[in-house]
Write a protein that binds this ligand. Structure first.
Ligand SMILES: NC(=O)C1=CN([C@@H]2O[C@H](COP(=O)(O)OP(=O)(O)OC[C@H]3O[C@@H](n4cnc5c(N)ncnc54)[C@H](OP(=O)(O)O)[C@@H]3O)[C@@H](O)[C@H]2O)C=CC1
Ligand SMILES: CC(C)(CO)C(=O)C(=O)O
Length: 348
């Protein structure tokens, strides 16, 4: 069975009301591209980022050059009901952001969580042995699932590398690619519409029949590199090419591949191909390394703990993965508390 459906929409992308909730590296990249393509884009932001977006717009540098893009930025109260909402935050911020976007959602709104790791809706919509069960690491006691009906969600896997150098200023050094799929694996008009809208914005958009296969492909990439990038202070190129790091990357890949296979995922990429593709992305700093360097919380819930939780259901040991996640957590907590102490001292 082909895993990528053929996009069926040939007419120009329909005009949509689109909200980007979360204006960091990925949010600003998607918002700028969509706004440049003529869509009605609203960006939900806060603090210094909101002020900058209002005064200067988004400055996106990607493979096509540098674009300065004015956007309508504000809080949820400033926007009406949306056709599409991209959630562009770290997994630990999903619940807060879902609460904020409630006024923007009606029964036709499609919510697209552009978030790495195991999604909170993983066991919803597809059936199977664990149907309806909760991934506690990302959906404690079902508290996130309760915030949004499953039928509003469109799965996505984001293959973009982006970094914000300042609020609203983002550089993305690789081609933009996003894959989309219904949680119940169905084909739908809204899936085709979403792909048409995103493709018209210069982001390659692939509709998928089995979104979980590609989720696992990305989970393998993130679990094997993001936490280790923090421990080693290493770029993707270094992680995938330096023997001392590559061995650990491969060991984690092998462990997570076993978890993916246990859940029936068909992952087409073997570890050696992962290494080649990853190295070709260049000296990219993972989003987790970016957070570490800023003293921010690390996204270990969806990228680390959720994977260990799913492995435990099949008694898969995860020896290397667990150790690296533990080390990353230790480094992250230590660094963020010393960053907070320095900030407090500086403002005293
Ligand atoms: N960067 C990358 O290259 C890639 C990232 N990803 C994934 O995409 C997701 C987003 O990552 P990325 O863009 O890098 O993350 P960032 O940290 O750069 O951006 C997240 C944004 O969400 C905002 N935010 C969080 N909570 C709220 C809230 N309650 N209200 C308003 N704004 C909020 C943050 O605001 P504030 O700054 O004020 O906290 C921040 O601007 C993550 O899951 C990441 O793993 C996937 C592929 C590549
Ligand atoms: C590094 C990358 C692009 C892929 O592993 C990523 O998803 C991240 O930075 O979180």
């Amino acid at each position: 069975m082909p895993k990528t459906m053929e996009p069926t929409m040939t007419s120009p992308a329909p005009k949509q009301r689109i909200c980007i909730a979360g204006a960091g590296a990925i949010g600003c990249t998607i918002a700028a591209r969509l706004a440049m393509s003529g869509q009605e884009v609203s960006v939900l932001a806060r603090g210094a980022t909101l002020a900058t977006l209002r005064s200067q717009g988004i400055v996106l540098t990607d493979l096509e050059g540098t674009h300065t893009v004015p956007v309508n930025a504000g809080s949820a109260a400033d926007f009406g009901v949306q056709d599409i909402i991209f959630l562009c935050c770290k997994s630990q911020d999903i619940a807060a952001l879902l609460q904020q976007i409630k006024p923007l959602v009606d029964e036709n709104t499609v919510v697209v969580p552009a978030i790495n790791g195991v999604p909170w809706w993983y066991f919803h919509g597809e059936g199977g042995r664990f149907a309806g069960s909760t991934v506690e690491a990302v959906d404690p006691a079902g508290s996130v699932s309760a915030l949004l009906p499953l039928r509003q969600i469109m799965g996505t896997v984001v293959f973009i590398t982006a970094e914000a150098s300042a609020p609203g200023q983002v550089t993305a050094k690789n081609p933009h690619l996003m894959m989309f799929g219904e949680p119940d694996n169905s084909s739908s008009e809204r899936l085709q519409r979403l792909c048409a809208v995103v493709a018209a914005a210069g982001i390659e958009a692939r509709p998928l029949e089995r979104i979980r296969d590609k989720l696992w492909t990305k989970i393998i990439a993130n679990a094997s590199t993001n936490p280790l990038s923090v421990v080693a202070g290493a770029t993707l190129e270094e992680l995938y090419t330096r023997p001392a790091l590559r061995d650990t990357v491969v060991a984690i890949m092998q462990e997570v591949l076993l978890v993916a296979a246990s859940y029936g995922a068909r992952v087409e990429i073997d570890p050696l191909t992962f290494l080649e593709l990853g190295a070709a992305m260049g000296p990219v700093r993972t989003s987790m390394l970016q957070d570490y360097e800023r003293g921010r919380a690390l996204e270990l819930g969806s990228i680390g703990d959720a994977v260990l939780e799913l492995a435990a259901r099949f008694d898969i040991p995860m020896t290397v993965t667990r150790k690296v996640i533990g080390l990353a957590r230790f480094h992250g907590e230590k660094h963020s508390s010393s960053t907070a102490t320095q900030a407090a001292a500086a403002s005293a």
